[in-house]
Design a binder for this molecule. Structure first.
Ligand code: GLP
Length: 242
């Protein structure tokens, strides 16, 4: 994996935003995968700024959000779709008809997951997949465990993950939905290029295990070692255990 360490979170975030904008210039019909979470917020702010400055045109691009909580519609403050709308989608010119997210309130969630997997495939797959990493090494909502699931699927969240995501739920893990829908490990590994951003010392251990540890389902991000084109953007703190 191609690792770059930046002095600050801001530098890492801006570099990643420029990376996306440069790729868009070369490939206007780019198919993007976009994560929620606190980590990409500064990248999204910078991407929005680049768009306003005429340096990032999303008009021909397509985007797939990585995951969503079961039971939340996009109007809920904890919904990832709403989060992406606030931090990025409302500020750039992505066509809403080419902005896809998993519907956490679909009547049949298995059908919803299969529909999503097929829609990604029908676009030709993800060209540039942006990822964050959970403290426990999850990517998307592919949680550590005995097994991983290849395709887009329904997942039971670990308690630690619910706690990590408690912010928009009044800080209470018990209010975070116990289940989510997520693109799968195979969906991730089929992306043409993967770019992962990690910021802060809390991520240092997961980052070290992702890069240096054995490939293991107990640290889902370690599977990125199997991919031939992964770029890792770190700030100094997230690189502390390397
Ligand atoms: C969330 C999301 C991931 C995200 C990760 C880290 O639960 N499902 O896509 O990368 O956890 O979140 P944060 O950036 O807030 O630390």
């Amino acid at each position: 994996m191609d690792v770059t360490i930046y002095e600050t979170a801001t530098e890492a975030s801006r570099a990643l935003a420029r990376r996306v904008a440069d790729t868009l210039r070369r490939t206007p019909d780019l198919v993007l995968g976009l994560p929620a979470g606190r980590t990409p917020v500064e990248t999204y702010t910078e991407l929005s700024r680049l768009h306003s400055a005429g340096e990032a045109d999303f008009s021909l691009a397509t985007a797939f959000l990585l995951d969503e909580f079961v039971g939340l519609d996009p109007s809920h403050t904890g919904s990832f779709r709403r989060f992406l709308t606030e931090h990025l989608l409302s500020r750039i010119n992505l066509d809403p008809n080419r902005t896809y997210s998993l519907n956490g309130v679909a009547s049949d969630l298995d059908v919803e997951c299969e529909r999503y997997e097929e829609t990604i495939a029908a676009t030709g797959g993800l060209d540039l997949l942006l990822l964050g990493i959970g403290v426990n090494g999850h990517i998307g909502f592919n949680e550590p465990g005995e097994t991983l699931v290849a395709r887009t699927h329904r997942v039971t969240l670990l308690e630690a993950t619910r706690l990590e995501n408690a912010g928009p739920f009044g800080g209470m893990a018990s209010r975070v939905p116990p289940e989510a829908l997520s693109i799968g490990m195979g969906t991730i590994l089929r992306a043409e290029t993967i770019v992962i951003l990690a910021i802060g010392e809390r991520k240092a251990s997961a980052v070290a295990r992702m890069l240096r540890g054995p490939v293991a389902t107990t640290l889902p991000a370690s599977f990125l070692q199997l991919h031939r084109r992964v770029e890792v953007y770190l700030d100094r703190a997230a690189a502390a255990a390397l």
